[in-house]
Every structure is written in C-alpha cells, then in structure tokens.
Design a protein around this ligand. Structure first.
Ligand code: 9MG
Length: 266
C-alpha cells in the first residue's frame, strides 16, 4: 500500500475533548464526519482517527470511552468513502473493533508494546505505524534523555520491527515514525528531523507528524497553534524531500498544494 513513491497525506481527526490543536471541536460525531469529508475532498488519502489525546500531560482514557468516541465515526466515514482509515490507538480491543467497523490501518504511538497489541495487530494483517515515544504522554516531556537521539530512536524502531516480523506481521505492512515531540526536547526534534533520510534508509515507509507541534512553536516563538500552519507546510515539504512517505497533518489542502509544486518540478 505504501511501497510506491506516492506521498500520502494523513488528515488528523482527534475525537477527543482535549486535543492540543483543535480544542475538542471534533468530539461531536457530526463535526468529526464533516471534517473527515473536507479533508478527503482536499486530497487526504488517509484519515487518522484518535479517541485518546497523546499531547504532553494528557491523561489516559478508558477502553470504553475510546470505543464510544471512535467507532461511530469510523462506521460513518465508511458509508461514503473507501479511503484508508487509520485507528490511532494503543489498545488491542480498540484495534480489533475499529478494524471490524471499517478501519484499515493501525497507528500506535506505543509501537505495539501494550499487552497483546503485537498478537492482535499480527492477526488483523493491516498496515501498522510503529512510533517512537520515550515515556508516556502524561510525563514524557519532563526530562527526555538520549545517548545519541538518532541512533537510540533507530535502534528502538529496528527492535520493534524485528519483534513485529517475529510475531508474523508482514514487512509490507510496517511503517516507522521517529515520533516528533514524544519525549524529546527541541534539540532532539531538530536532530531527528535532519535525519529523516536515515530512517528512510531503514527500508520502511516513514511517517512524519510535526503539524502545529511545539517544535514549530519554538522555531517561530509562537504560542498560538493556529499561527503555525505555514511553517507546518514548510516542514512537511522538507520531510518529503528527505523521503518521507506519509505526512500526518491538520491542514490538508495547503500540504497537497505544496506537494503538487514539488512533483511538477521532478
Ligand atoms: C497520534 N499522533 C500524534 N502525533 C503523532 C505522530 O507524530 N506520529 C504518529 N504516528 N502519530 C501521532
């Protein structure tokens, strides 16, 4: 699905009351569904639906609550689109029920490390994104520490890839992600961003998610997340130029337009 050279735009759909950038406006299923429609019309090929906020400091959510948030939205999107629906979760039961409801991909910020997650993902046989995170969202930004951030993150991802292959997940279903902002200082994020090409060299499609994140706020000295859109598009372009295959973004249309400019020059 992600092996060719096409760049996929993954539109973010947070069905949470406390997401950092959209402030819970898509917790209402109707709003969420309209937002998904808009992102698809704008050119997204993947919709990433999450019912657990993973922003720094976020509290964990119960399985029941997560299911209540995401399942109706997945079912509704499936009635009008055959797009790739990605379920952003670490919980095996949510993975299973989301796929049964029509999702076709798993995005796990905990890289299938929760109990039973590896076994369930292997059984489901869908593409899975393995993301690196140091710590847990509640405390991950307290004191992130690495010996060599690029090497450490690469080693972690390679270990998770090996565990996935061992568990029966097909190589063609694995996507990797350095996890920008997840247990990383500004300097760590910059070093990782400059090394996206090294992650691409690992031989798996690379997903990059920097849209509106704190690192962009720090570059711009801009607290207001709504004023980070332009810089988010620039970083998306720079990620593609290093070989990223999937861009996880809030603003689909400007990112699609930027990619059209790049491909017209190839
Ligand atoms: C859920 N989520 C928030 N940020 C993310 C990122 O950078 N990558 C992935 N895979 N998921 C993310």
């Amino acid at each position: 699905m992600f092996a060719n050279s096409k760049t996929h735009i993954m539109g973010i759909l947070n069905v949470t009351p406390d997401s950092f950038s959209d402030g819970g406006q898509f917790i209402e299923p109707t709003n969420a569904i309209n937002q998904a429609k808009k992102m698809l019309e704008d050119g997204a090929s993947i919709i990433d639906i999450g019912g657990e906020s993973t922003r720094p400091g976020a509290k964990e959510v119960t399985e029941k609550e997560e299911l209540t948030r995401v399942i109706p939205v997945i079912k509704a999107i499936r009635t009008f689109s055959d797009c790739i629906i990605s379920i952003d979760t670490s919980k095996p039961t949510v993975m299973e029920q989301a796929i049964a409801a029509g999702a076709t991909m798993i995005n796990d910020v905990r890289a299938l490390q929760e109990e039973n997650a590896l076994r369930v993902a292997s059984k489901l046989q869908v593409p899975v994104c393995l993301m690196h995170m140091q710590g847990q969202p509640r405390s991950m930004q307290k004191e992130p520490h690495y010996t060599d951030v690029v090497l450490d993150v690469k080693q972690f991802l390679q270990q998770r890839i090996n565990d996935c292959l061992q568990a029966g997940i097909k190589k063609s279903n694995i996507i990797i992600d350095p996890g920008f902002g997840f247990g990383k200082t500004f300097e760590h994020n910059i070093l990782l961003f400059k090394a996206i090409n090294q992650f691409v060299e690992m031989g798996y499609p690379v997903l990059v998610g920097v849209s509106k994140k704190t690192m962009i706020g720090q570059i711009l000295n801009e607290e207001n997340v709504d004023k980070r859109n332009n810089a988010s598009v620039v970083m998306a372009v720079l990620a593609v130029q290093q070989g990223a295959s999937i861009l996880r973004v809030h603003d689909v249309k400007p990112t699609v337009d930027a990619l059209a400019v790049i491909s017209s020059l190839e």
